[in-house]
Write a new protein. Sequence first.
Length: 507
Amino acid sequence: MRTCPPLDPVQKAPAAPPGRRPSGPLLWLTAVAVLFAAVQLAYVVPGSGLSWDETVYVSQVGGNAPPAYFSAPRARGISYLVAPAAALTASTTALRIYLALLSAAALLGALSVWRKVLPTPVLVGAGALFAGLWPTLFYGPAAMPNLWCALGALAATGWVVRAVRGAAGPVETAGAGAAVALVALMRPADGFWLAHPLALAVTLVPGRRRPRLCAALAGGLAAGCAPWTAEAFAHYGGLAARLHRAGEIQGGLGWNVAVDDHLRALAGRTLCRPCDIGWESPGTAVWWVALPLLAAGGVLAARRAGRGATALLATATGVSMAVPYLFLVEYAAPRFLLPAYALLAVPVAEYLVHLFTRARRPVGLAALTLALAAHLTVQLSVLSHAVRVSHSTTSEFAAVAGELNRLGVRPPCVVSGDHAVPIAYYAGCVSRQTGGHDASITPEALRALARRVPTAVLTADGEVPPPAVGGARAVPLPAGLGAGPHRTYLLPGSALGPTVAAGRKSG
């Protein structure tokens, strides 16, 4: 009777000489993680403020303001992650340092899962390639879920690879389930696109079926999605209703080819919606265009080295996690593809190690080294640009919030209108919208609220004031916010200070 050969049989390393400990990848992986943290702390953290989405997540568990409205697509995983720091201090710098160190430790942990199945050069190369991308560095200290989905996906795939290459013990089973749960807790949809290919791998591969591991993957997905599902029934009328509303907010999920949008966003745009800009810097996307070819070369190189199934599973899972953002969502953000980049770094590292091994001539080695140096230079250049833009934007939010405080809009207070969510956080107010994705109050209720607490409605210059403002007087705000000048309407009846009240009467 013919039996199926084992997948990627593990080659045992030769025994180390007496008196010498065998060298392993842990020291090199630690160096990658330390460097990853150091770049974040040196270039990303100093002077940074919280972005729009970050203010929503952080405000749920502490920070500077009451909880912002939590829309249907969002999940609370990242709020749970930042809760220990946000509960102790409202300092953005402290939060950034906490996340930078935590993300570096998580990178080390996710890579360490692969130590038994990948040689040191490939594993360290994969970690360095992923850690060196500008979106990875930019979102390392950010209160955003995407990098954590990437690290969870990398760990989950590593646990599954270990299980199918040997005995699926309790450590591999529990690790895979926990990693999938982490991803689903951060972003339920990402959890689905991760668990699906991994479950297929452990149920369909002849001779390597692992029913307990498959059950752990399904259980992890269900556990991670449980809070999001519970909120769906508590606040949205059921799971189907929340999924429908989440799709509406994301522009309607369907066949939307966003590949070109992601290409343009790689120049340093953290969000491209709508992505109607020109392709400003094609050089920033050279690595992205080459990524499929490098991954395919890595699968072939790994196959010759007896690790083909390992590289193939990492590639298939990475592609699975990229599909919804490339073909189902009509806008782009570089952070969406971080899980795919983390997994595709494995076959790419396989191919690069293969090239360096084969390039025995100095000219070939020099060419590969220069190509990698150029790639890293581009990544750091784009990172610098993205950090500058982010600092400028959050400084404008803080400036407008400071002006609102000067006008008497101080806690407890309410801010509504254009850019209200982040500005309300910086002002220490709660944000309430009468329309749009974050609609949470009617114009009548907002006017009634204004009779009890200071309330401001923000509008862009030239924008028709919403009905809620009534006969309120417009006050100019600091220039530079968004696309042009802004103004605020201090609603009649707002409990403003005597100096501001006198100013309104004289105006």
